[in-house]
Design a protein around this ligand. Sequence first.
Ligand SMILES: *Cc1c(COP(=O)(O)O)cnc(C)c1O
Length: 385
Amino acid sequence: MENKRIYLSSPTMHGKEQEFVKEAFDTNWVAPLGPNVNSFEKELAEYVNIPNAAALSSGTAAIHLALRLLGVKKGDIVFVPSLTFSATCNPIIYENATPVFIDSEEETWNMSPEALRKAYEKYPSPKAVIIVHLYGTPAKLQEVMEICAEKGTAVIEDAAESLSSTYKGKHTGTFGRFGIYSFNGNKIITTSGGGMLVSEEEAMIERARFLSTQARDPARHYQHSQIGYNYRMSNVTAGIGRGQLLSLEEHKALKKAIYKQYQEAFSDIEELSMNPLNPDGDANNWLSCMTIKEGARVTPDMVMDALEAENIECRPIWKPMHLQPVFQEYDFISVLEEKGGKGSISEDIFNRGLCLPSDIKNTQEDMDRIINIVRKVFVTAHIVA
Ligand SMILES: *Cc1c(COP(=O)(O)O)cnc(C)c1O
């Protein structure tokens, strides 16, 4: 009883999901593609207000297809934020292209427009730019999109963490030539696993559907002129997605309430800051995160140790890609040193930050438990009384 497990962000089901899944079973439309897939695409596209969507097996698959559709190939440069989950940039390597990692800015933790400009000085013609909206906070879209438009580079928006977040009233994922969403288990809604590729361009989404079903030419004999993938979403999982979509706004409201509660509960701890929100946007607060002031007596490890000791799940901030052994050979662009700083902003956020439990099934009791444990770490360090 007293050590109930609290999760970082686990699936939250409502029952409606099962009705759509049951329909798939009742009609034996367990496979192949079917009405749930078509409806899920249509319903998600309507929700984010874009005409075309292709339901896929994962968000990673959606990023991979977006790169394929843009013709990214061996030797091409792709700009991508360093501070993200590896799934953002792995597909660049699948195509033997070359990622160039871009540092974050402090105001939203996303791609720094200044560092992006600097990257263009060194690499004037990247094939694509991938933007991420980390932890649900929209990037500085106006600035970043303007630079990319000026240079004529196609943008892929990795909105895996930011479904339902908006920027100036428009959904994240609908600003770039392609947008991608993820329905992985811990995302704001889940299909147990899945993704979506969206675009204004109907022909591109048609091609995504073709490539994601093994790129079979229109002939009776199995004929192929291109390499395809098995990346399509199944009619069963799409049923889960249709049910989840009905609760997306509710999930968002609950995520926002969690963030707000942490923010208020920690407002007197000067050494602690919550992750930034973009004043031009409305975040889904997928994960609530915090950073600790440099030089404070409390470290993220101390907070994480204290939570884990009480059976509470938490996690570090994503470790920047330019610090990953697997991406060691690739370039990284930062403007921090020109400003007299050391290292990079993404590394600094990683060093000083952590993700707090952000599960929308948390009760008030759970929230109090988490808050008290975090506070106690600061009290013990004589930072607050
Ligand atoms: C979860 C995530 C992905 C990958 O989505 P999957 O559906 O798990 O493949 C990509 N980018 C970011 C930033 C993510 O958080």
